[in-house]
Design a protein around this ligand. Sequence first.
Ligand SMILES: Cc1cc2nc3c(=O)[nH]c(=O)nc-3n(C[C@H](O)[C@H](O)[C@H](O)COP(=O)(O)OP(=O)(O)OC[C@H]3O[C@@H](n4cnc5c(N)ncnc54)[C@H](O)[C@@H]3O)c2cc1C
Ligand code: FES
Length: 341
Amino acid sequence: MMECLGSAPAASTATVLENRQVGPGCYRMCLENDYIARCTLPGQFVHVRIPGSSLDPLLRRPFSVCLVEPSNGAFLVLYQVVGRGTKMLSALRPGDRLDVLGPLGRGFEMPRAGAGGGGDDGSGGDGGNSIGRGSGAVRVALVAGGLGIAPLIMLSHALFRSGVGFVFVVGARSGELLAGLDLLPRAPGRDAVLSGRSASPEPAGPEIVQGAHVPPNGCDTATDDAGPRYEVHVVTEDGSMGRRGLVTDALRDVLRGGDIACAYACGPAGMLREVARMGETFRVPVQVSLEERMACGLGACLGCAVKAREATARSGRTAYLRVCADGPVFWVEEVDLDGIG
Ligand SMILES: Cc1cc2nc3c(=O)[nH]c(=O)nc-3n(C[C@H](O)[C@H](O)[C@H](O)COP(=O)(O)OP(=O)(O)OC[C@H]3O[C@@H](n4cnc5c(N)ncnc54)[C@H](O)[C@@H]3O)c2cc1C
Ligand code: FES
């Protein structure tokens, strides 16, 4: 069995166990690859070469690892068909094999045990990015726009196993575009907070209300039922599921509660900018997972560079960060979010 080598990436082959449509243009693909299943950390991604008749498409395509099951050597990717590569991916069948490079990138920084341990002065104890500012903070917030939910699902499992409570705020244009909610950790006592109401929530779709965990073949996750309680807030722009509005409307209400130690976000650029602004307003540190077009995925070609924030630019010159190697997860203080998307 290959050692994880500090999560160093390896190029290898993955076998498709399942590839099924779970929404309009949205697919869930379960792959077998022991190294990735054992070595991936929440927020890391794989770079997949799409098999074609020739070298087209030449470049690999990056996808977040959504879930892993080390005991079965399986991992899960949730993806949306947006172009040629993902269209070809959607045609794959069980038994097909893919060339996969990973795990790649810097993932989410986990809260320390008992989130909320930052200094009361907001400075934290680890270079200014301590998770948890203020002594009352006890939970973290996960904020997903559309398929931005993918890396946050794996994070939610890690939090659940660590006993860290969380609020998962997830939004999409309409209910049919919400995917992956059934992959959240099992938690019978979980609060389903729909439409902003915490008491007697209205049914808003079987995936949420039943709290069912419906794993794809070979991609169950090893959580037990004794984890912390967590809430799921669902928001859709057309009101077809959960509260009507934007995911950031629900996040604002959550942050007003005052007990959020840190927020993690993945989704469209506009949403990330708004989450960053709210983090500043409510003095909550924010980590964002960015998606940029990529070539090498290994930090060599600079094809995925984004501007660093002024504070990190040296000698007045613009500094750049590589999303594939320095990210994809960044603290909002590190990166110029106005320059993305
Ligand atoms: C770290 C990372 C993690 C990602 N995780 C997921 C995931 O879990 N699920 C998922 O569905 N998608 C994810 N993406 C986006 C995914 O890589 C692209 O949608 C995919 O590469 C598009 O390939 P394509 O050949 O189908 O589209 P193309 O024909 O190459 O492009 C079609 C459209 O998609 C846009 N696009 C292409 N590549 C990217 C990219 N890397 N990021 C953003 N937009 C892109 C193009 O600008 C264009 O508008 C992730 C991207 C990154 C960088
Ligand atoms: S894709 Fe080559 S440096 Fe990031």
